[in-house]
Design a protein around this ligand. Structure first.
Ligand code: FAD
Length: 542
């Protein structure tokens, strides 16, 4: 290391006085030779969010290669698939969360965590503006800025009310752990309110009408949990009001669970009908007031008022304001999610990546490539192609550089086989988020190697992305579950395999126990299930 200028001049004076001028230069150069080279500055990686995508990225990232900073208002990871179980006390809230610092500590990761919310991403200055919940800086407003070399945006999504009047004010949501805790209190609250003397039967019916808006997996799972809670626990504790309880699912489509195999939707609908859960399919909610929900029949246009005691809105996901702002800065307009290329990078910024629910892989490029090839191949403009015609055109393209293009054909064929599944099925799920986090961390871990060996495998398309060091992200669908209550579940597994009933519930138990992020949460969740089997659910309103 070089001495400070003050140090040089003092040393120079002393040595000059003792033995003449030349020695100073010699001493300085000897010191410079001995001094080790400072280590190269580690690149700064900033990760926004500690959900499925963010934690999967952090768990798999080799943090010794980077200076890693994590920003999220939640200092824990939440296992969202078990949130419906938290709403009724089947599983306790603390059993489904893992402190984020504990996750880093266990993996021996050198990661800085700031409990704050990012409210602006500035890609030109390569910085994020954050606000801590506690006002700690000199201005007392908790604002601070963090700069980055690489930014990983894993901010998830927010609820989408489709601007339906009254939803924000009167409905519950089921997105966060706090939401599940609020729902749990609210359910018990309805039972206690309906048990107060001098309440009319009509009022009791209203208070004990639980309405779920949205028949997707979350709404269905919550309805099933609530039904189990009622028949297994609450009817014993509130026998006098049992007959007034009703659960309704309002779904705008013709079927519930419409992202699942149709056999599962049919099974779920018939089970719910047997359980007395009312399914109002083909209805759209147009307004919610403090005591009634206005629904409109999609086919007849007739509007009806539905009195309710508690309503849960689980009808779609929306964009966080910070993402909307960022999209407008980079010219992505008013999309629902931040578009990335197949390597999960935001194409407009060279160092910003987006993963999980806040992002979506743009299929534009793949579709353009394919339609160009199809246009060339369709010489007679018939609008149809035989496999031979496609092969011929690929051979033509390969003529110029056959050897390297052989790889391209393979890539192209793979892209063709993938495109359909990618366009249709990259959904906003934990599975996708976790796979994207893992994939991106792997790319970051190999970045140095790829910089040293920039030749990398040739990409299919030649233009734009041309050479690329990594294979594009490909989502692998591992199946999905829908717990339906009464110790029954439905599962859609790879290979068009569908399983339904009691045995599937045991499969659900084992998969969800194994998927827990730590042994601590695994033990807690399994002991909660056991406690529920033995003692039932706790109905205290705390
Ligand atoms: P999230 O997990 O939502 O994480 C977003 C992170 O960003 C959070 O840490 C949040 O605190 C943080 N954040 C938010 N705003 C800011 C900000 N301004 N600045 C900094 N940080 C911020 N998927 C499945 O595959 N299977 C299931 O069974 C399943 N069940 C579900 C059940 C429920 C009740 C819910 C709500 C979802 C379920 N999902 C399921 C979907 C799954 O939870 C999401 O797809 C997944 O959480 C997406 O991960 P993510 O990391 O993108 O977002």
């Amino acid at each position: 290391r070089r001495p400070s200028s003050a140090g040089v001049s003092t040393a120079a004076l002393l040595l000059t006085a003792a033995s003449g001028g030349g020695i100073v230069a010699y001493a300085d150069s000897a010191r410079a030779e001995e001094a080790p080279e400072p280590p190269p500055r580690k690149k700064k990686v900033v990760v926004l969010g500690t959900g499925w995508a963010g934690t999967s990225f952090l768990k798999n990232l080799d943090s010794s290669r980077y200076e890693v900073k994590v920003i999220s208002p939640r200092n824990y990871f939440a296992f969202t698939p078990l949130l419906p179980s938290v709403t009724c006390g089947t599983v306790e809230a603390r059993s489904v969360v893992e402190p984020i610092r504990r996750m880093f500590e266990k993996k021996g990761k050198d990661v800085a965590y700031y409990e704050a919310e990012c409210f602006k991403i500035d890609p030109t200055k390569k910085a994020v503006h954050c606000r801590s919940a506690v006002g700690t800086n000199l201005d007392g407003n908790g604002d601070f800025m963090v700069d980055y070399d690489y930014l990983v945006v894993a901010l998830g999504a927010t609820v989408n009310t489709f601007n339906t009047p009254g939803v924000m004010e009167h409905c519950h949501f089921l997105k966060e752990v706090e939401d599940a805790q609020k729902i749990r209190k609210s359910v018990i609250d309805c039972f206690e309110r309906a048990s107060i003397p001098n309440i009319s039967e009509e009022e009791k019916r209203k208070i004990l009408h639980f309405v779920i808006i949205g028949g997707g997996p979350t709404g269905v799972e919550f309805a099933a949990e609530l039904h189990d809670f009622l028949v297994e626990d609450l009817v014993k504790l509130y026998p006098a009001i049992e007959q007034f309880v009703k659960i309704t699912i309002i779904q705008s489509g013709e079927h519930i669970l419409n992202t699942f195999d149709q056999r599962i939707a049919v099974f779920a609908e018939s089970k719910f009908q047997r359980d007395g859960i009312e399914l109002s399919t083909g209805f759209r909610v147009i307004k919610v007031s403090d005591d009634s929900i206005t629904v409109k029949c999609k086919s007849s246009g007739v509007e009806t008022l539905v009195p309710y005691g508690m309503a849960v809105w689980s009808a779609g996901i929306g964009t966080r304001p910070v993402i909307t702002d960022f999209m407008s800065q980079v010219g992505q307009g008013k999309r629902r999610a931040l578009a990335t290329n197949e390597w999960l990078r935001v194409p407009e910024c060279d160092s910003v990546y987006a993963i999980g629910d806040c992002s979506s892989i743009s299929q534009r490029k793949i579709m353009e490539d394919i339609s160009t090839i199809f246009k060339v191949a369709d010489k007679d403009n018939s609008g149809t192609l035989t496999l031979k015609e496609i092969n011929d055109v690929l051979e033509d393209i390969c003529d110029s550089n056959k050897e390297s293009m052989v790889v391209n054909i393979e890539e192209f064929k793979k892209a063709l086989s993938h495109v359909d599944s990618q366009v249709k099925t990259v959904p906003a799920t934990a599975q996708v988020a976790a796979q994207q986090g893992y994939y991106l961390a792997d790319c970051f871990n190999k970045k140095d190697h790829c910089i040293e060996h920039p030749e990398g495998p040739l990409r299919l398309t030649g233009s734009g992305e041309g050479h690329h060091n990594f294979r594009p992200f490909r989502y692998k669908h591992l199946g999905q579950f829908a717990p339906l209550g009464g110790e029954q579940a439905a599962a859609e597994l790879p290979g068009d395999w569908v399983s339904m009933g009691h045995s599937t519930q045991w499969l659900w138990y084992s998969v969800y126990a194994s998927k827990q992020v730590s042994w601590r949460t695994r033990v807690l969740v399994v002991s909660d299930w056991t406690r529920r089997f033995i003692f039932g659910r706790d109905s205290s309103r705390i």
